[in-house]
Design a protein around this ligand. Structure first.
Ligand SMILES: [Fe+2]
Length: 183
């Protein structure tokens, strides 16, 4: 099994809460009720600046996705994750980036619905930066070819999730967030 590059300063897994402002060196568990599915861990970095290397600290990374059957939970409140109480979110939540701009979460692989390719929804916001809402896809998903939204996605949004020896999928999603006053 090939190793994939992975942020090493994330020592903890399986924190049984989500939707909270957590110490962002920890992996936030978006599946506290252990819904069935293929376990997945996503980590990455939010960055900005002219050289595209400056970490964005304290960025709010909101993530939501369908369950193994392609169903979204807690659709109310216009999907505003901030609204949900801390013990209720299922397959949605947010993480605040640490001083290095890093974030990480664990969940299950999003299920399929309609003609959509497999995907995570992301919304990233931070003071002084433009809010970005986007979707992340899975490399080698044949559905990308029949999904009009996924078909036009930049390659950087199609992630090579790799299965680890413990059967967990792992992938890295790094995202550039433009500053408010940038072009
Ligand atoms: Fe969706």
């Amino acid at each position: 099994m090939k190793n994939i590059p992975h942020i090493t300063s994330l020592p903890n897994q399986g924190i049984p809460v989500t939707g909270l402002i957590l110490p962002s060196t920890e992996i936030v568990n978006l599946n506290p009720r252990n819904l069935q599915g293929s376990k997945i861990i996503v980590s990455g970095k939010i960055y900005s600046g002219l050289n595209k290397k400056e970490p964005v600290r304290n960025a709010k990374v909101e993530v939501w996705h369908a369950d193994d059957f392609g169903t979204y939970h807690m659709e109310q409140h216009n999907k505003d994750i901030s609204y949900y109480s801390t013990n209720k979110p299922i397959l949605r939540g947010f993480i605040l980036t640490n001083d290095k701009g890093e974030y990480a979460f664990s969940s299950i692989r999003p299920g399929l619905y309609g003609d959509r390719a497999r995907h995570f929804h992301y919304r990233i916001s931070a003071e002084g930066y433009r809010t970005l809402e986007t979707q992340i896809y899975f490399k080698n998903d044949p559905r990308i070819l029949i999904d009009d939204t996924a078909l036009v996605a930049d390659p950087c949004r199609i992630i090579d999730f790799r299965r680890q020896q413990n059967n967990t999928l792992k992938g890295i999603v790094n995202i550039y967030l433009p500053q408010m006053d940038s072009e």
